[in-house]
Design a protein around this ligand. Structure first.
Ligand code: 0O2
Length: 252
C-alpha cells in the first residue's frame, strides 16, 4: 500500500504505535528518576549529604526526532529511530561538586538493570568551546503490559557551574546560525575556564571543611560513653585529667 492510499484508520494505528513508542521513554525516565531518588536518600543517610542539586528530564518532540533522523540519514521508521536516535529520552543531573559526578556515575553503573552503552567525558576532555559535562547513554529495561523492552536514555551529569555555563551559552547562541564572531567565542571559552576554576575552588573548600568536620566529630565521639544501653557524656577536662593521671602514675 503506498502512503497516498493510507486510510484514516491506518494513520490512527501509526499514531498509536508512535505514542506507545514514546511512552516507553516516559517509563524509562520515571524509572531512573525513582532510582535517583533512592540513591539520594541512601547517600543522605550514609554520608549525611545530598550530592544531587537538581534533576530534569525531557522527551524529544516528534519535530526534533524527525529533524535529527533526517540529519543522520536515519530511516523514518520506529525500529531505525529507536536504534539510532539515542537521546529521545534525556535526563540532566546537576550536582554540587565535580567528584559527585563520578560518584553518581558509579552508582548508576553498579545497578544491575542499567547498562552503560556509551560514555563521553567532556570533563576530562572539554569540547573546544569549553563545554564540560559527563554524558552517558544508558539502556534501561521497561515493562509494558505485553512485553519487556530496552530503551536508550541520554544522561548528562554536570556541576552547577558547568550547567550555568552550558545553559547561558545555549541562550547566547539561540537562533543564531551564522559564523560566531571570534572575540565572542574566545570570551565564552574564557568564561568556561572561570567556571572550572570556581568548581575547583568550591571542591577544595568542601574537602577542607569535611576534614575539619571529621576531626570535630571524632572529638564528639571521645566525649560520649556508652555503657550497655545507656549513653553518658564524658566531659573533656575530666577525660583529659584521667589521661594525665595515667601519665603521672606511669612516671611514679
Ligand atoms: P538538546 O535539545 O540539548 O537535546 P548526537 O546526540 O550523538 O547526535 P553529539 O553532538 O555527538 O550528537 O552528542 P553529544 O556530544 O553527546 O551532545 C549532545 C547534547 O549535549 C546536546 O544536545 C546538548 O544538550 C549538550 N551539548 C553538547 N555540546 C554542547 C555545547 O557546546 N554547548 C551546550 N550548551 N550544550 C552542549 P542537543 O542535540 O544539542 O539537543
Amino acid at each position: 500500500m503506498s502512503d497516498q492510499n493510507l486510510t484514516q484508520a491506518d494513520l490512527k494505528e501509526k499514531k498509536d504505535n508512535f505514542m506507545r513508542f514514546l511512552m516507553g521513554y516516559k517509563f524509562a525516565l520515571s524509572k531512573i528518576n525513582t532510582t535517583l531518588d533512592i540513591l539520594k536518600q541512601e547517600f543522605q543517610y550514609i554520608h549525611d549529604y545530598n550530592p544531587i542539586e537538581n534533576v530534569s528530564s525531557r522527551i524529544k518532540s516528534p519535530d526534533s526526532i524527525m529533524k535529527k533522523a533526517q540529519k543522520k540519514g536515519c530511516d523514518l521508521n520506529i525500529l531505525s529511530i529507536k536504534d539510532q536516535i539515542r537521546d529521545i529520552a534525556g535526563l540532566r543531573i546537576t550536582c554540587s561538586f565535580e567528584s559527585d559526578i563520578y560518584e553518581i556515575r558509579d552508582l548508576l553503573v553498579n545497578r544491575k538493570d542499567i547498562v552503560i552503552i556509551e560514555e563521553k567525558d567532556y570533563i576530562k576532555a572539554p569540547k573546544g568551546n569549553g563545554y564540560r559535562s559527563l554524558h552517558l547513554i544508558i539502556s534501561v529495561p521497561i515493562y509494558m503490559s505485553d512485553r519487556e523492552e530496552h530503551v536508550f536514555v541520554e544522561v548528562q551529569i554536570r556541576t552547577i557551574a558547568m550547567d550555568f555555563w552550558a545553559s547561558l551559552e545555549h541562550k547566547i547562541y539561540y537562533k543564531y546560525h551564522k559564523e560566531i564572531p571570534e572575540r565572542i567565542r574566545i570570551e565564552l571559552s574564557e568564561a568556561a575556564t572561570v567556571a572550572n576554576q570556581l568548581d575547583l575552588k568550591m571542591e577544595a573548600l568542601h574537602t577542607e571543611m569535611n576534614e575539619i568536620k571529621a576531626s570535630i566529630s571524632a572529638d564528639e565521639d571521645l566525649e560520649e560513653l556508652q555503657l550497655e544501653n545507656e549513653r553518658f557524656h564524658l566531659p573533656f577536662p575530666f577525660l583529659n585529667s584521667l589521661f594525665n593521671e595515667r601519665l603521672n602514675s606511669d612516671n611514679n
